[in-house]
Design a protein around this ligand. Sequence first.
Ligand SMILES: Nc1ncnc2c1ncn2[C@@H]1O[C@H](COP(=O)(O)OP(=O)(O)OP(=O)(O)O)[C@@H](O)[C@H]1O
Ligand SMILES: [Mg+2]
Length: 434
Amino acid sequence: MSVHEIVLDVMLALALGVLAALVVRARGSRRAAERNVEAERALREQLSAQADALDRLLAATTGLADELDEGRLLERIAEEALALVSADCGLVLERTGNRCTVVTSAPLGQAWRPSALDAVSATDLAAELTAAYGGSVEVTPLPVPSLQAGALAVLRSPDHPFSAVERAQLRVFAAAAVRTAHNARLFTLAETLRVEAELRERERGRLSDQLLRVEEGERRRLALALHDGPQQSIAGIGLIVQAAHDTIQAGEVEEGLGSLQRALAHCKGVVGSLRTLTFALEPITLRDHGFTAAFCELAGQLSESHKVKIEVDASAIDALDRQAQVSLYRIAQEATTNAVKHAGGSRVDVTARTLEKGGIELMIADDGRGASEDELMRGGMHRGVDAMRERAWGVGGTMTFEETNGGGCTVRVIVPPRPAVEGPVPISQQLRAA
Ligand SMILES: Nc1ncnc2c1ncn2[C@@H]1O[C@H](COP(=O)(O)OP(=O)(O)OP(=O)(O)O)[C@@H](O)[C@H]1O
Ligand SMILES: [Mg+2]
């Protein structure tokens, strides 16, 4: 073989080698391209499945968001969880001690419901449910405020076990459900507070009207008392003095002096009745010496006339402003009068103390027969209880009736801390201003 032929063979062999390498390379890149297409398709499917899962999760959580009734919300949680993972059954359970019971189920009324299960943990519960149901079970904690150790369970046939994605969906859904339940609780609380505030406002309006009526009535009674009593008596005295004057002028001095004596006696009577009226309006001792002195005076009179022992320990009230002292005096007066009039006991204790957070607590406790709700709500001509409540309200306080330890009735009045007043305002001035 010539050199020329050898060179040709080598070149041919080289060309064949290069060609083979090119063919192998071309095959490799086609396979890689095919693999890329496959990976891209798998990725697309995965993304679409994730988007689908997110869509379902979003639908399930927004399905709960507008439910603010706590009872109905639990039903919705079971329904939405069922729809979220296409389960056969959704259960909301509560664990008390080591017993688990179904609170609600979906589909409502048709779902499989086990009787109470023994379970101290979520794992126990899942095992118990699996054994009882005989299918796939997923249990997620559901710490909503209305349940004790709440749990959400979804059940499906054994040939459809729950995937990792579905389990994650259920966990996120349960967390959203718990947040909604807290919102519902806050809403219920706000609603209760709103209704309470409305009722209080209505009660305030009613008491305010009543207070105006009582004041109006008191003014009218006062006008009548002045008209029928002192005014008539003074007019009568005037006539007697006129007659005495005429008689003396006519020279009948003895007879005239007799008339003047009669006028003097009438005068004493009028002064007496005016004193009683003044005391009823403003006990002088209360104005000059404060609550304790005035109330001890009154207690002494009541104790003597009704043969009941009355103990007073209420000096804490003496430090209050005049208006509060007058109101508490009137309340204690009515409660003590009620006790001696209606209770049939042998003892009344009137005590007051300063509360730790400020304000005063006044208690009038008797050891009598006690009073029923109906009696205390009697109303009509019986105005004492209402008047006490109005007076307590008038100084920003409250009044309640309670049973005394061992029987009897206790009137408890709480007056909140009072704003400081600039110097004492005489009670007479307050009454004139009213
Ligand atoms: N301490 C008490 N023990 C037993 N019953 C009481 C006591 N306080 C009140 N009651 C009952 O409650 C009812 C209502 O009391 P309230 O003070 O409103 O009316 P009253 O005393 O009958 O009349 P008023 O006070 O208008 O002169 C009384 O009639 C009585 O039956
Ligand atoms: Mg009374």
